[in-house]
Design a protein around this ligand. Structure first.
Ligand code: GLN
Length: 298
């Protein structure tokens, strides 16, 4: 395989409601995905999808929806139902990687009952529901750390709504913070390749492993067969970005997640892991912080 015949990898990310749902730097998630793709020679095209825009699932490889205040969520809920619901549901059922943060996460569930006003109908693709306990009850605000895939995720949360999971699997278990509802120690939700979370901050800059997991899922979904068909030597030699380790040799990997994580060339994430560890330290999770620093040096 010659250099010229190597087709560069491209991904298209649909950013849902960038004007309405962009609290606490959620846009930082897009910047992180773009930078980490760029560093592997993967071209990431970002398309904003606002109120009134239709969502044709075949045009995207991954989707992001951020958080927002109740007053911004109401028109979004309406538009999700009238304009994007069917396309978004089809994309999710077809295992497209989707990251939904806070208010966006709440609207992928059955409904959000705000402190005031009528219930906001959600897409109902995540089997969960959210209830705001009223302005007299303290919001869930602060730094938060959860478990994920034997590692940790860190971020910042600020939500009045409490989310309760039905059959949806949690994204992780709360180590410090409130999580879904400050009651059952769950945080976020997973349905197929859709990840709901209350972690703002923004989430991905301080969690490079999760950013890479989303990128890897998108690459595998779009190029999976191609990657498998292409032998290691072809791939390694021709395109230093994505080195195919999806051959049998990684079958020993402990979880599917590890396998997926191993298809992207590693980056120097020293700064990211230091930021991650310092958040864990601030939360008093010293041994988790040390584990992160040790692993980042491996
Ligand atoms: N408005 C919702 C709540 O308060 C979501 C907040 C957010 O996205 N940060 O729960």
């Amino acid at each position: 395989m010659t250099q010229d015949s190597v087709k560069p990898f491209t991904l298209t990310l649909g950013h849902l409601y960038p004007e309405q749902l962009n609290l606490y730097g959620d846009r930082g998630n897009i910047m992180t995905l773009r930078r980490r793709c760029q560093q592997r020679g993967i071209a990431l095209r970002v398309v904003g999808l606002g109120i009134g825009d239709a969502l044709a699932p075949d045009e995207y490889d991954m989707l992001f929806i951020g958080g927002g205040q109740d007053k911004e969520q109401a028109p979004v809920a309406q538009d999700l139902y009238e304009m994007k619901g069917i396309g978004l549901w089809a994309a999710i059922e077809d295992d497209m990687p989707v990251l939904a943060v806070c208010g966006g996460y709440q609207l992928l569930s059955h409904y959000y009952r705000p402190a005031e006003g009528p219930d906001m109908r959600g897409l109902g693709v995540i089997d969960a529901w959210t209830i705001h306990k009223g302005s007299h009850v303290a919001r869930c605000i602060g730094n938060v750390a959860i478990t994920w895939n034997g590692m940790t995720l860190v971020g910042f949360e600020n939500h009045g709504g409490r989310t309760y999971l039905g059959s949806a699997k949690p994204l992780g278990k709360v180590l410090k913070g409130y999580g879904n509802n400050a009651e059952d120690h769950t945080e976020g939700a997973i349905y197929r390749n859709t990840f709901g979370t209350y972690l703002h901050g923004s989430l991905l800059p301080k969690n490079p492993h999760f950013a890479d997991y989303l990128i890897s899922l998108a690459i595998q979904r779009k190029y999976g067969q191609e990657l498998l068909d292409t032998t290691d030597s072809d791939m390694g030699e021709s395109n230093g970005t994505v080195h195919s380790q999806i051959s049998n040799s990684v079958a020993v990997a402990s979880t599917q997640t590890d396998e997926t994580l191993e298809i992207l060339a590693p980056l120097d994430d020293t700064l990211e892991w230091e930021a991650h560890a310092s958040m864990l330290e601030r939360l008093g999770l010293y041994s988790a912080a040390n584990a992160v620093l040790r692993r980042s040096k491996d």
